[in-house]
Design a protein around this ligand. Structure first.
Ligand code: RIB
Length: 278
């Protein structure tokens, strides 16, 4: 009988469904959820807080068993008024800045330091950062890691070394000229998508990675080993983040009063061919 049994549904709210980081994350949740006979409903608000609030409301009306929230637009107000008030279990990850209840995260500050340390060890002295124009808290920690690592190596850190644009391939592509104007020999990009956009901008100008510019990305999305040259990056265990997020949410569903869990998963440097010695 198709309509018997409990719904066993969870909601996942992500900021951007086109970014492979979130696709892999959702896949991790899905695989873990299937094992527990849960169905995930995935919603992407694309940075529109009103839409995301509506999604939260509608998911509650559809009596989901719990929610995984990656989006920064789901704020404290929404959590208090919709989730807590209705006793709906939830878990926060990645871009959501709140330290409220269960959370799965990675060390963004350390990841950025590893990226910049790698470039310093290769002899780079002028290192730019390709950053996003509307940073979430975890992305801001990457900027801080970049700055601190440069400073502790006694390297130059001026505002013009930090180039910003929308967090997308197009954003990276459009920032190409400005990145070149920094006269840096290497650049650390806040995510792989921006790095890949930058590849195209350099390519159109007849420049080569890493001969003209070394690049380190962030995320290790599946595409990063297929671009030319394969991209050096900081790997986040994205698929595992999804699985752990589901399992932690399930524990919350089963034990609503247990203490909050803060789970931090490791990041690591993956050296490929986009970075080389000066
Ligand atoms: O690529 C998307 C980025 O946004 C990732 O780095 C992820 O950590 C999120 O903050």
């Amino acid at each position: 009988n198709l309509i018997m049994g409990s719904a066993k549904t969870i909601g996942i709210i992500i900021p951007n469904i086109t970014n492979p980081f979130f696709a892999t994350f959702v896949r991790g949740v899905e695989v873990a959820a299937q094992r527990g006979d849960f169905i995930p409903l995935v919603l992407s608000g694309n940075g529109n807080p009103d839409l995301e609030r509506q999604y939260v409301e509608q998911l509650i009306q559809r009596t989901v068993d719990g929610l995984i929230i990656a989006s920064p637009a789901v704020n404290k107000d929404t959590i208090d008024h919709f989730l807590k008030a209705n006793g709906v279990p939830y878990l926060l990850i990645d871009q959501n800045p709140l330290d409220d209840g269960d959370r799965v995260s990675t060390d963004d500050y350390l990841g950025a330091k590893l990226a910049v340390e790698h470039l310093i060890k290769l002899g780079h002295k002028r290192i730019a950062m390709l950053y996003c124009d509307k940073p979430s808290v975890n992305q801001a920690q990457r900027l801080q890691g970049y700055k601190d690592q440069l400073q502790s190596a006694g390297l130059e850190l001026t505002d013009d070394l930090i180039v910003t644009g929308p967090l997308s391939k197009l954003g990276g592509y459009q920032a190409s000229e400005q990145v070149l104007q920094t006269k840096a020999s290497a650049v650390f990009a806040v995510n792989d998508e921006m790095a890949i956009g930058l590849y195209r901008g350099l390519n159109e100008r007849g420049l080569e990675v890493p001969a003209d510019l070394s690049i380190v990305g962030y995320d290790n999305i599946d595409l990063s080993e297929y671009v030319n040259p394969p991209l050096t990056t900081i790997a986040q265990p994205v698929f595992e983040m999804g699985q752990v997020a589901f399992r932690t949410l399930l524990q919350r569903i089963e034990q609503p009063d247990a203490p909050a869990q803060k789970i931090k998963l490791p990041v690591e440097l993956v050296v490929r061919e986009s970075s080389r010695k000066v």
